[in-house]
Write a new protein. Sequence first.
Length: 585
Amino acid sequence: MDLRKIIILSLMLFLAANLSYGEESAPKENDYDLKIINEKLIENSDQKDEFKILDEKTFLPQDTQEQKHSKITNEQNLSLLSYDDLVHIYRDKTYKQNITSKIFSQPIVNNNISSADKDYPFKKCPHMGDYIRVSFWSIDGGKNYEQIEDVFFEPEKLTKKIDTKNSKMSYMKGSSITKKEAKQKVLEEANRFSQSDILMLNDADIGLARTDYKNTVDELATTLGYNYALIPEFLEIDPQILGVSKEVLDNENISPALMQPHNVDKEKLKAITAIAILSKFPLENVRVIRLPDFYDWYGEEKRNVFFGEKVKRYAAENVLNEKTTSHVRLGSRCALLADTIVDGEKITLLTVQFEDRTDAIHRAKQAKYLLEQIKSINNPVIVAGNFNTTTRNNAPVRPMRVIKNTFTDIHNLARFGVGLIFPPGLILNVTRPTIDYFRKSSDPTVKSIPIIAPNYERKVFNNFKKFTFDDGYRFDFRGDDQSQIQNFDPNGWLSNSNERAHVGFVPTYHINRNFGIANSKIDWMFIKGYRTDPFEKEGGSEKFAPHNARTLHTLNFAYKEPISRHAPLSVDLAITDFKNIRNAK
């Protein structure tokens, strides 16, 4: 990469840091009301008796506690809104709020597909005996759905599309991988992923033109033989999704019935993006937790774009080939939970997506709130999701936000003061965003260095590290050389559950034009088994503990156009406490 590109990238990151992200100023404790979202859902629902309130923001439809393995629940919710309704919701978010409340609070469950029983063929290995494989993938809507199916059925087709000049492939050693090596890795990683017993998904389209109006969750689960549960995260009501201009949508004198949307089928459009859990085992006690809402996707995205935001978008598109547009939607970030029985023991599966259009401190608050809601779970828990740990705030630039971030953050003020007293310190202020980005992007768990390089994103991980469930067990943060595919940092945080690279973690996300250097780890897995010390290496139970964590980077990124913007993850969980059983003999 030549000097010109480095300078351009540095300037772009400096602009982004100072116009859009700044340093995250610590939010006030009253920035949100933890009861608001789900109380409103209940208040506005015309079917109040259908809900059991577990707490302020956790919803379980009353009948799901008696879900039978053959039962399909709430599937009709996906078809409750017409195209005209979606236009009206764009104009007034309270329109048909009783229906949108149902959509956002009632999980859809289908246990008709797989009936795993006591004779289930668990995977086996000499090291840990019987085990299951749990995977996660944020599938980018499913825009490359056919390639996702190819992963399971025809991975050889993927190898024909390998692009060895792809800069995203050089993240590990700074040199390109050969086509032969890439082919071997694609086939090996596809084989690994296709053997998932449980698969959790983010960003799954349901009834959107960009994915041919598929219910990507249902189609994938049915094709692959998984039961599934899903919850809509957002209704996508942006002008681009609805197929008409903003000017037309904003003109309330124009009836939706008269609109002729461009490249949109009114009858097929459902405009839903969802998160989901797919499982070979039946899913029970499915529920949803709506997270504290730190970005108004409806109101903020309808506002006019500020000049500073235009500069940021221009830089992103022309330097990094990342096109950013407004994205009007109704809904909020949430977690989907389901219980299942594995070898006679209950485990809880949880998939979640934290907010990217807010700062790291608020993501930490979302994590803390989520953990508070699951504290009473007294069985193993598997958490997987897109945590959006970019270390940045991707919300559109607003003048008051820039002022607040600049003048209320102690680290910003300290750096400014150093620059006034010691002028060479101004150089640090200009170069710091670039240096800071490369320090934290592939490992957002790195230590925070006050003033010079604060890392607010670490608070997300500290919340998980310090958390103790009511039964006394904690999330497994271990790293040991016997439990990893590659021992790059065997003692590093989360090495057993998230694959590490030469520097930091194997990235799960790349910007489109990354110059081979802009790599981020934003997708994560956290495992609670039967350990009271998150770092204890000897003596603790290995039952449902994580091993052989993989980020299937080549499988996703080895082509000119990746399958998704995110690489899949997988981890193996031992079904027995194999070490202590072996030592007792």
